[in-house]
Design a protein around this ligand. Sequence first.
Ligand code: GUN
Ligand code: ZN
Length: 431
Amino acid sequence: MTGLRGWRAELVWTLGDPTADEEALRHVPDGLLLVEDGRVVAAGPCGELSQGLPPDVPIETLPGRIITPGFVDAHVHFPQLDMMASPGGALLDWLERYTFPAERAFADPAHCKDAAGRFVGSLLANGTTTAMVYGSVHKSSVDALFEEALRQDMRLIAGKCLMDRGPEGLRDSVEGGAEETVALIRAWRGRGRLGYAVTPRFALGSSPEQLAMAGRILAEHPDTWMQTHLSENLAEIEATRAAFPEAADYLDVYDRFGLVGPRSMFAHAIHVEDRALGRMGEAGCACAFCPTSNLFLGSGLFDLERTRAHGVKVALGSDVGAGTRYSLLTTAAEAWKVGQLKGTRLDPLTGLYLAGRAGAEALGLADRIGAFEPGLEADFVVLDPAATPALARRTGAGSLAERLFALMVLGDERVVERTYLTGRLAHSRIP
Ligand code: GUN
Ligand code: ZN
């Protein structure tokens, strides 16, 4: 026995956006994925790859299934798992009435631990193998989340929210926030596949002193990321302008404190000026397109084409709990609907790219995850395109793009039959 294992099925992955470069699509109808020690050894036609393999290599044949790299959720809130589908108004009302009360419960480490198991379980059940996550303001929330992700050997980037201007019971301080952030970085960064994101929640949640502190910590720890919210909602933007009158625009609030760079992930970025988009593109920033959330809160229609035209990297985010599904297949389908409202068309192959490979690129992890290239981490999902009667009728024939489109529009966690982390089965729908 060599430790080498294989899975035989239809294989699909991308190395870039297939709409921009058709060479970026990899599709092998009868494929073999070979994995050893948690890494991809090879992926290609079964007929070719199986020749010359030692006879004791176990190969599992999965007829009718599609294997693709695990999905990447570029923006999701751990402490909001139990308040999805809360009928608030727009962003600021929804935060006050439902979100902040739910996040107060994360002061209790026992609650954090119980929630972390359920949260990571939901990500895996939806085929998400990498996520960039907000904790609550409480250090204990991030400790519990990292502990669970480490136990599963999941690739996860997270941070505690900095919010010294937060509401009663969810407020830290400049010094307290700095101490806890540095303690979390020291305790977790680089263990297993964990990474730390310095997380000023949004401009309205922090004082200028706290944003400056976040910029200093980021500069002192160049292997960390930065995540925050940007230009999500018109009332929020107006309040931000009033709170930071010296800034040229919303992005500039962050820029003045050193928070705009190649490891920065901005969620939403719906109502962004050309100047700011140009600056984000030049600085190598990424943003998270969160269509289920943007529609749920009525925040607005993200302009994918305009954002990318400025050179800004775009990935998909579920934004649970303003987002209404963990599934990045569903999120891609909602992105397509936003395109319809904007008069543009999201190619299904671009949808698949956005749900995985684009997230890897946006996080600077393209050399680790998001494709079946030799040496990359073997995070993958086995999808059943006939998981429901409606899916079975729509995915049995047609081009790859047509079948993937039906999978996104009609699919959700029910099509995710199995999720593998570094070659290990981490979730199975079939007991
Ligand atoms: N802006 C600041 N906090 C939040 C949050 O929790 N969710 C969303 N969607 N936007 C935010
Ligand atoms: Zn968010």
